[in-house]
Every structure is written in C-alpha cells, then in structure tokens.
Design a binder for this molecule. Structure first.
Ligand code: ASP
Ligand code: MG
Length: 463
C-alpha cells in the first residue's frame, strides 16, 4: 500500500482577491503561511476580467472587431500592469511568453468569431477560459519568485466535464482519478499547487466552463477529489453574516452554518455562497470556510452538513417586493378539492409560489412582484375570488433549532407589536420561519428582529 498522503487544504481566491498586484501579494502571503497544510490554490480571474472577455466575445459576434480588440487591450493592460508591479518591471521571460501566448490565442479566437459572426457556447467557453489561465500564470510565477516550491496545473487536465458548454457537468469519478496523476504527486507540506477555478475540459480535451461564478464549485470538486481537510473560500467579507450589514450595521459573522441554513439564506438572496456550488465538499464531509482575504486573522464562517450549536436563530434575510395573493373559494368547495384545483392552475400557468398559508376557505400565497396575473385572474374567476396585495416583503428567520425554541413566536410578535404581520409560514424543513409584512417595514422589521432574536451575544462561539 502506498503511504496515505497528508491531507491538504484547498484555498480558493475570488476575483476581488486577485484584482491587482497588491491583492496578489496578499494572496501570496496567505499561501506562504499555509504551506504546512499542503495547499491547492484555486484561482478566479482577476477582478472583472471574465465580464470583459464576454463583452469582447459579444462584440466580435456582431462583427464589431474594433470593440472586441479594444476590450482585449484593456484586459492585456491590466494583466501586464499587475505582472510589472509584482516583479518591479522585470517580468520573468517565461511568464512574459505565457502571457503573450495567451493574449495571442484570445485575439485569434475573437478574430475567428468576428469573421464568422458566430459565437457558439463552445467558442465562448474557449474565450472565457483565458481569465483564469492568466491570473493563475501570474500568481504561480510570483510564488516561484518568492521561492515557494510551486507547481502550476492546467485545470483542464483534471476538471473533466461533459460537453454542455457554458455549464459543464463535472464527472466526479473522472476528476478523482485525474487528480491522482495531475495534482496529488505535487501536493505536500511545504509545497503549493496552483490551478484555475471555473474551467474544465471534455474527454476530448475541449475547453469548457462550469458557468459564471463557477470557481467555488471548482474548489469544492477539487476538495472532494483530494479528500481535503478543508475548502477555504477567500473573499472580501468576513464570512457569512447574520443579516445584510447595509440594513443591520450590527450584523455579525456566523461562526457555524449548516448546509440547509446556507441554502435557505441563499434563496433569499443573502450574500452567501450558492449552496449547490459547495455540495460536493459537504457531501464528502469536508468543511467549507468563508474567509476574508483582507482580515485573514478575523472571523470566518464554517459551513458543514450539520451544526451543533445551541443558538436558536442563525440569521435573517429578506426579499421584496413580492405580491400576496389571497384566493377564496366562491363555492365553499371542500378544502382538498379547492387546493388541488388551485395549484393545478398555478402549475399550468407556471407561476411559482414561495409561501403558502391556508385557512378554511381561503389560501394566501406569495409570488414574485413581476408575475403576470391576468391569465391567473381569468382562470380562477370560475371558482374563486382573488385579492391582490402588492409591495410586500418576506422576512425569513433561519435556524436549525427554530422548532425546538419555545417562545420564539412571542419574541417575534413582541418585537413587531406595531408592525402588522400579514402572513406567517414555517418552512417544511422547519428551519425557516417566514413572515410577510408591508415592504415599507422591511428594514425596520429586520433591525428589530435582529436585536430581539440575535442581538450581539446570542450568536455565541465568536473568537
Ligand atoms: N471568473 C469566473 C466568473 O467571473 C468564475 C468565478 O469567478 O467564479 O464568472
Ligand atoms: Mg467570482
């Protein structure tokens, strides 16, 4: 039996963490400190590079080559400037060649697209993939320059996907096998392996991407393939916060978050990783941490399959405007027949419903504010009457232990004694208690509930 390799740590840095030379130096120092943990660094493209590549590709598609090349020029300047800043203007030859080569290939692709005026998802992926290739080349060269034992790995040799260009489906089995030959031999305490997020390749070697924002997904997939000790998502916030800090300035980083809690918060647009992207790590039992590149010693959030903290409410999130529909049965149909009929109409019209609360002869539901109600009103008129209340907001109270918390309701109602709660619904997974209020009360509701249910001490466990 070969020796069991030391567990490694995956460190993923997002675009804002590698936006320029200053940021890259900070990343290099974090990686240097993590050397004993056998880091695999997964990098995003610098700043807004991917957006720029998309803009260039779309300009080429309509035959506007000058705009496409102008965009590319900006991208080239950003990367050259970062490299020159990092190396005090003496960029090593091999980095210089790698960059020149990558810029040349991108230009060739853009010219091809402009000639054909055709941008297939496959061509688009080929173009978009250069952001990560460039950023990782620059950082790898800089780490080497800092005398770190560095290996640059082309993610396309490992991140095997199907041929769904623009959103490749990863093949975990193949990735695990490929990692054994292309990553593991170079991993170890005192060494660093650096690769790209977001990009992959088909079995035939065609470049694919995992879809926009796919670097977190890459990190989780690499982590699962390597059975890493931890997947670290380095970003520009100190972990996942208890509420949007622009609304509740006292919002705090959540020390521990369960995967289901993260999913609930993400559904409400909370600034949190999309849970689907970290699923491979969570399924493999690998903790995912969200950490701040600027405050590496500060607080952070650990997301795991289950949490065991004693707190009752983990976080708050909200969404608005939404519309509340109250549908009343006009013929006093038995409830069961009424509901079946009602949801059949919603299903057929493809109107997606968020919250539902039922009473004897009426049902309240929430839908997105931009839902077109004309057809719905027409369809329902034969058996029900419909009341529409617009400009409402949903506030979600999220926590694994909600259902075990006695007196939660009275704390909620107490905090909102002068704000009318129009609807209340406990999610079927029992970790989300949602209330509906007028949109004008959304922020005040969040502030009051944060003070009453989370405060600054209740969260516990902060270092
Ligand atoms: N660079 C890619 C994007 O901007 C992937 C990522 O940053 O996660 O979508
Ligand atoms: Mg990103």
């Amino acid at each position: 039996m070969p020796p069991v390799p030391a567990k490694s740590v995956v460190m993923k840095f997002g675009g804002s963490s590698v936006a320029d030379a200053i940021c890259m130096r900070q990343v290099a120092s974090l990686v240097g400190n993590a050397l004993p943990m056998a880091p695999l660094v997964v990098l995003s493209a610098m700043g807004k590079t991917t957006n720029g590549l998309f803009t260039a590709a779309h300009a080429a598609e309509i035959g506007d080559l000058p705009t496409a090349l102008e965009q590319l020029k900006v991208i080239i300047q950003n990367h050259r400037r970062a490299a020159e800043d990092l190396f005090d203007s003496s960029v090593p030859d091999d980095l210089d060649h790698a960059l020149t080569d990558a810029f040349g290939q991108t230009e060739l692709l853009l010219r091809g697209v402009a000639l054909l005026r055709e941008l297939s998802p496959r061509s688009q992926d080929a173009i978009a993939s250069f952001g990560e290739q460039l950023s990782s080349r620059i950082l790898a060269a800089f780490l080497l320059h800092q005398e770190l034992d560095t290996t640059w790995v082309d993610a396309r040799n490992v991140m095997r996907t199907d041929n769904t260009f623009g959103g490749g489906q990863p093949d975990s089995e193949a990735i695990r096998e490929l990692a054994k030959t292309s990553i593991t031999p170079f991993l170890g305490p005192g060494r660093v392996v650096i690769t790209q997020g977001y990009i992959g390749a088909t079995e035939e070697g065609l470049t694919t991407t995992l879809g926009r924002g796919g670097s977190d997904y890459s990190a989780a997939l690499f982590g699962a393939a390597l059975q890493a000790a931890e997947v670290q998502i380095w970003t520009d916030v100190e972990g996942v916060l208890t509420c949007d800090p622009r609304i509740v300035p006292g919002a705090l980083p959540i020390p521990e978050l369960s995967f289901s809690e993260a999913a609930e918060l993400a559904a409400f647009g909370a600034k949190v990783l999309h849970p689907a992207t970290i699923q491979p790590a969570v399924e493999a039992g690998i903790p995912v941490t969200v950490r701040s590149t600027q405050h590496p010693q500060g607080r952070f959030t650990t997301i795991t399959g289950e949490v065991h903290t004693g707190r009752s409410v983990t976080a708050l999130a909200s969404r608005g405007p939404i519309t509340v529909l109250t549908v009343s049965s006009s013929r006093m149909l038995a409830q069961s027949g009424f509901l079946a009929r009602l949801f059949e109409v919603f299903g057929r019209l493809k109107i997606s419903v968020d919250l539902v609360a039922t009473a004897e002869v009426s049902v309240s539901l929430t839908v997105e504010a931009d839902t077109s109600l004309k057809a719905l009103i027409k369809e329902l008129s034969s058996f029900a009457t419909l009341q529409v209340a617009e400009n409402r907001a949903i506030v979600a109270i999220v926590g694994e232990r909600l259902k075990h918390t006695a007196g939660l309701g009275s704390r909620v109602f107490g905090a909102l004694s002068d704000i009318n709660i129009e609807m209340i619904s406990m999610g079927a997974n029992e970790i989300n208690l949602s209330i509906v209020i007028k949109r004008e009360h959304e922020h005040e509701t969040l502030r009051r509930l944060h003070a009453a249910l989370i405060g600054s001490n209740d969260i516990g466990g902060t270092p």
